[in-house]
Design a protein around this ligand. Structure first.
Ligand SMILES: *Cc1c(COP(=O)(O)O)cnc(C)c1O
Length: 436
């Protein structure tokens, strides 16, 4: 079948050799998935998810049993007091904006102690001027960068925490940067340091791409709000839209009052037809995340063995599902993304090209052939066409598909003459020696 799908013998053989070295690593990923599967199952059983929960409401959505039960399930899995899980939250940025805007008041200050937040939050905060930003409402922002070695600048953070500091935002995933992703442990250390200085500060974690990668979530280590997108890990590939905010009751209520209206809060918001996919997706999320994680580890090892810089490297522990590979040339980045596209179940016949996307300072190429538009728990990749020509790769609803996608990307580099078949064979032989 690999041959039928265009994978050469050399590329396939290299992939199999790389896999031989990953058995223990994959067993670890499976063990986390097993734990998390039971955690989700227990949440569903404890709250008596029933057939009636899978149906939706329309109109105002009063007494939406399925919606209210799902929010209890999320709260119990994330070990928080409450949760808001809604199709009316349109994406991850919206969920984060909602959590921030509902919990900050004019005169407050927002602090990021882990460097620059995700691109789309720049306009939410007002780092880049925007209509309706926090800044327009008189919320100021301060930032403390990580130290060059990736550690927290504890002294800088202590100095940055003021009387007005009301909320601290901690991004778990590196996103499209090269800093390391934060483990839940490290997030816990940071939160306890901050609470030691100012106990009433709200600690929010941007949990995008981190859900179910470890057995613990930020709510287990003191986060007041944990926020993410349902078209990433927790939607399990089935959620067609949505976002979540899990956290302390008061924080979640503030968010609900902002999402709908003061006084109405969580009581309204029809779930329409989304609930069955929300539940089933959440149920599948631990194993889907495990598949994506194996894909990321496999990709790191495949490209590292061929001499390309990868972040994280092939051996590092993982705290999110994103893999960066640096190609050093625009042709390499484009070939990789075109290979990922060619591996897709949807739109495999189209060829992505770099284009001038609004909001970016360089051309960007994106590969996605997803069942849910833009879903990045599905196999996807993108890269800005500027030095060092890194691409960011994530997802895969099944490990088998992620594996094929990565082999297909490598094949694309070979087919375009950017790598020789002999290079692939040499990398395999070298790896075989080190394995034996
Ligand atoms: C994806 C992502 C977001 C934004 O989510 P969208 O759904 O794309 O709006 C925010 N933060 C991080 C770390 C992300 O990975």
């Amino acid at each position: 079948m690999y041959q039928d799908l265009g994978i050469s013998r050399e590329v396939h053989a290299y992939g199999e050799t790389v896999l031989e070295g990953l058995k223990e690593r994959f067993a670890g990923v499976d063990a986390v998935a097993e734990y998390n599967q039971l955690k989700v199952l227990k949440g569903m059983q404890d709250h008596q998810v029933s057939e009636a929960c899978l149906l939706g409401t329309t109109g105002y959505g009063y007494n939406d049993l399925g919606r209210d039960t799902l929010e209890k399930v999320y709260a119990s899995v994330f070990h928080t007091e409450d949760a808001l899980v809604r199709p009316q939250i349109t994406c991850g940025t919206h969920a984060l904006a909602l959590a921030l805007m509902s919990n900050l008041r004019p005169g407050d200050e927002l602090l990021s102690p882990v460097g620059k937040p995700y691109d789309t939050l720049e306009e939410v905060i007002g780092i880049r001027p925007s209509r309706g930003s926090l800044r327009e409402y008189g919320v100021t922002y301060s930032q403390v960068d990580l130290l060059p070695d990736g550690s927290f600048d504890y002294e800088g953070i202590r100095r940055a925490i003021k009387e007005r500091t009301r909320l601290v935002t901690i991004q778990r995933s590196k996103g499209y940067q090269t800093r390391p992703t934060l483990s839940v442990d490290r997030i816990g250390e940071l939160i306890s340091y901050i609470k030691g200085i100012k106990p009433d500060v709200i600690c929010m974690v941007d949990n995008c791409y981190g859900e179910f990668v470890e057995t613990r979530e930020p709510g287990d280590v003191g986060a007041d709000m944990v926020v993410g997108s349902l078209i990433k890990n927790p939607g399990g590939g089935l959620a067609p839209i949505g976002g979540y905010i899990a956290g302390r009751r008061e924080c979640v209520e503030n968010a609900a009052y902002r999402l709908t209206s003061p006084g109405l809060g969580k009581e309204v918001g029809a779930s329409l037809g989304a609930l069955k996919d929300f539940y089933q997706g959440f149920f599948l999320a631990p194993t889907v995340t495990a598949g994506a994680l194996k894909g990321a580890v496999f990709a790191a090892n495949i490209y590292e063995g061929l001499g390309f810089p990868v972040v994280p490297d092939g051996k590092q522990s993982r705290h999110d599902i994103i893999q960066a590979v640096t190609f050093g040339s625009p042709e390499g980045a484009v070939a990789f993304c075109q290979g990922i596209q060619a591996a897709a179940p949807v739109d495999s016949h189209v060829t992505p090209e770099p284009w001038d996307m609004p909001g970016y300072d360089a051309q960007v190429i994106m590969a996605a052939g997803a069942f849910v538009s833009g879903s990045s728990i599905e196999l996807s990749a993108d890269g800005p066409i500027k030095p060092p020509y890194a691409v960011y790769f994530q997802g895969g609803l099944t490990w088998q598909h992620a594996k094929f996608g990565i082999l297909r990307s490598l094949q694309s580099l070979v087919d375009k003459g950017l790598l020789m078949s002999e290079d692939v064979t040499k990398a395999r032989e070298k790896l075989e020696k080190s394995l034996s």
